[in-house]
Design a protein around this ligand. Structure first.
Ligand code: PSU
Ligand code: MN
Length: 305
């Protein structure tokens, strides 16, 4: 069978050498941040992965081709493209079959990484159970993907736009290890601490890599969620954000925003309401996650499976 993707020369070379590789998503570029910050951040994230000794593989669909690793002009092209689909498990093959552009969510990036033999992935925040999910049933496909696909995902916890206790419950039900890095509390994206304890804690990249390898040896499906707290100097106290998040959620409901549009709507309203401060924090935490993911990938390549 023809592999359904094209690997960039840099990523293909890293694979051939057995060098550490970190997958990166693209929804954060097209639907998570405004231009031109989005492409600047995408470049910085790639540079951070390289500085930490790994090779970045940004993943996206362009003209129907699933790319594992983008060149710099391709990054710019994606960041400025119109009509980019936000693709998750359900839409990625459709987007490819139709020859369209697609930005990959956490779920779709995990699928693509796994097909390409990449086991570590850095992002900002994962999707989860939305506020009001008891009525809307809005639960991100990211959670089920973590249960199904063997990729270790480094995120800064889940955003306070989500119902974090319910998000943790769904992950537990589906057997996804949720591991806080270097602290006991589950981090809440813009804030390093939440009031909830994380189910598990690890303090080094080596431990995280060992847990990933053990899962594989046991034949268990699914990945791991590593919840890496935002650096203290970049955090926004949760008390400050709470009313802004409540307002954004209310506006989404009042305007009847639903489905895939919910997360991008909330992110852009919070960006406006914090006058860009949410974005500064978002950038800091993504870079922090890229560094940890590179360390985990480096530990993994030294570890026999
Ligand atoms: N959370 C963020 N920033 C993001 C996203 C989530 O803090 O950019 C994106 C990710 O790509 C994630 C997706 O996989 O939104 C989840 O969308 P949904 O809630 O529609 O599943
Ligand atoms: Mn949703």
């Amino acid at each position: 069978m023809i592999p359904p993707y094209v690997m960039s020369p840099e990523v293909a070379d890293a694979k051939a050498r057995g060098a550490p590789i970190v997958a990166l998503e693209s929804t954060i570029i097209t639907h998570g941040m405004p231009y031109p910050q989005n492409v600047e951040v995408a470049r910085k994230v790639e540079a951070t992965v390289r500085a930490a000794g790994a090779v970045p593989a940004t993943i996206a669909v362009m003209d129907g081709v699933l790319h594992i690793g983008l060149s710099d002009p391709q990054l710019e092209q994606l960041a400025t493209a119109k009509d980019v689909m936000k693709v998750s498990r359900a839409d990625m093959p459709v987007c490819m079959a139709l020859g369209r552009y697609g930005a990959t969510t956490v779920a779709a990036t995990m699928i693509a990484a796994h097909i390409a033999g990449i086991t570590v992935f850095a992002t900002g925040g994962i999707g989860g159970v939305h506020m009001g999910a008891d009525q809307s049933f809005d639960i991100s496909a990211d959670l089920l993907e973590l249960a199904a696909t063997p990729v270790t995902v480094v995120a800064a916890g889940a955003k306070a736009i989500l119902d974090i206790p319910k998000t943790l419950e769904v992950l537990e039900t589906h057997g996804v290890p949720v591991i806080a890095y270097g602290q006991d509390a589950f981090p809440a994206f813009w804030s390093a601490q939440s009031t909830l304890a994380a189910p598990l804690r690890m303090d080094s990249a080596e431990e995280i890599a060992a847990a990933h390898a053990m899962r594989a040896r046991m034949g268990l499906p699914g990945g791991q969620l590593i919840a890496n707290p935002i650096p203290a100097e970049a955090e926004i106290p949760s008390a400050e954000l709470a009313p802004i998040i409540a307002q954004a959620n209310q506006e989404a409901e009042a305007q009847g925003v639903s489905g895939k549009a919910v997360t991008p709507f909330l992110l852009s309203r919070i960006f406006e309401l914090t006058e860009g401060r949410s974005l500064t924090a978002n950038i800091a935490l993504v870079l922090n996650n890229a560094k940890l993911a590179a360390e985990i990938a480096s530990a993994q390549v030294k570890m026999p499976l």
